[in-house]
Design a protein around this ligand. Structure first.
Ligand code: HXC
Ligand code: NAP
Length: 266
């Protein structure tokens, strides 16, 4: 990649930023000079992320479902790194399950992490954001617009995330805070794809059929969009949900159905 961003003197906080796509985003901002904070549930993931993010990075254990823990993590990061310039909210949970075999708690756990967690992160971040100029970026998914079998919980939660982002863009615009969402397509080497895509030749053939660009994306490609949205180059973009999916336009149902048929649903 030869696109360069400069985030020196900026504080970037990535919730759920310890593995996968979100860690790729944190690494990209760190590489562009930002002071980085990341948070997630598991100490081992926080340690793993910190080992890649440079000596100044701050790693915190916090569950986005825990209102008080989210508030505390954001306050700690403000004390260490100052006002937050870019906040990425990307914590999520996913598994394949038909509605008829889903318990109340199975539906709830995904909504609690993806949607209620997004509320906690945004609600408590507001006082710590640099105003004007800060940018909030939610990590959505194609499920937010395209109905997919075995994904009722994720479809409902991510649709809520998109609309929540649009409302925040209305409410926070006057303070000069921009709010957007990124909707990644299938991203190689991630937990999401381990859970939702058949592995090997079958998976490769499905991706070629579904994605006009003929391949999965990379965390680095999602990170480039996140850095664009967090930069002054995107100073008039707010309330947008932007796909980064190789042209698939969210149409990943064959992949989900094949994964379920391959026995990846419980
Ligand atoms: C049916 C299931 C299930 C499954 C869990 N449950 N897995 N039900 N089929 N495969 C049910 C449990 O039985 C329980 O209900 C309830 O869900 C909560 O499960 P817990 O294990 O107690 O929850 P918890 O320990 O909080 O873990 C949360 C989790 C887990 C979401 C279930 O998978 C997780 O931690 N995920 C984080 C990582 C992740 O999912 N990454 C992928 C993100 S990809 P009962 O009734 O028994 O109490 C993504 C989009 C990708 O988001 C888009 C690609 C295009
Ligand atoms: P991942 O590696 O599992 O990332 C999820 C992150 O969220 C982890 O760091 C996890 O760390 C954290 N997390 C989970 N539950 C949490 C909670 N309750 N509180 C705080 N942190 C929590 O998955 P991924 O595949 O890279 O997905 C990352 C994001 O991209 C998600 O928002 C997902 O919906 C979206 N997405 C992914 C794809 C894809 O192809 N993979 C496609 C479209 C959208 P802990 O376990 O330590 O908490």
């Amino acid at each position: 990649m030869n696109v360069q961003f400069d985030f020196h003197d900026r504080h970037v906080f990535v919730f759920g930023g310890t593995t996968g796509i979100n860690l790729g985003i944190a690494q990209a901002f760190a590489g562009a000079g930002a002071r980085i904070s990341v948070a997630s549930r598991k100490q081992e993931n926080v340690d793993f992320a910190l080992a890649t993010l440079g000596a100044r990075a701050l790693g915190l254990v916090a569950d986005v479902r825990d209102d008080a823990a989210v508030a505390a993590a954001l306050a700690t990061s403000r004390a260490r790194h100052g006002e937050i310039d870019v906040l990425v909210s990307g914590a999520a949970g996913n598994f394949l399950a038909e509605v008829n075999s889903m318990s109340s708690n199975a539906f709830k756990v995904v909504v609690d992490i993806d949607l209620q967690g997004s509320f906690h992160v945004a609600r408590h971040a507001y006082e710590h954001l640099r105003k004007p100029g800060a940018s909030l970026i939610f990590i959505s998914a194609p499920q937010s617009t395209v109905p997919m079998p075995y994904q009722a919980h994720v479809c409902a939660a991510k649709a809520g995330v998109d609309h929540f982002a649009r409302v925040l863009a209305l409410e926070w615009g006057a303070a000069g805070v921009r709010v957007n969402a990124i909707s990644p397509g299938p991203i190689a080497g991630t937990e999401g794809m381990r859970r939702l895509a058949p592995q090997g030749k079958q998976g490769d053939e499905l991706v070629r059929a579904m994605v006009p660009l003929g391949r999965m994306g990379t965390p680095e490609e999602i990170a480039q969009l996140a850095m664009f949205l967090g930069s002054d180059a995107a100073s008039y973009i707010s309330g947008a949900v932007i796909a980064c999916d190789g042209g698939a336009q969210g149409h990943l149902t064959p992949m989900i159905a094949a994964a379920a048929q391959a026995g990846m649903a419980r």
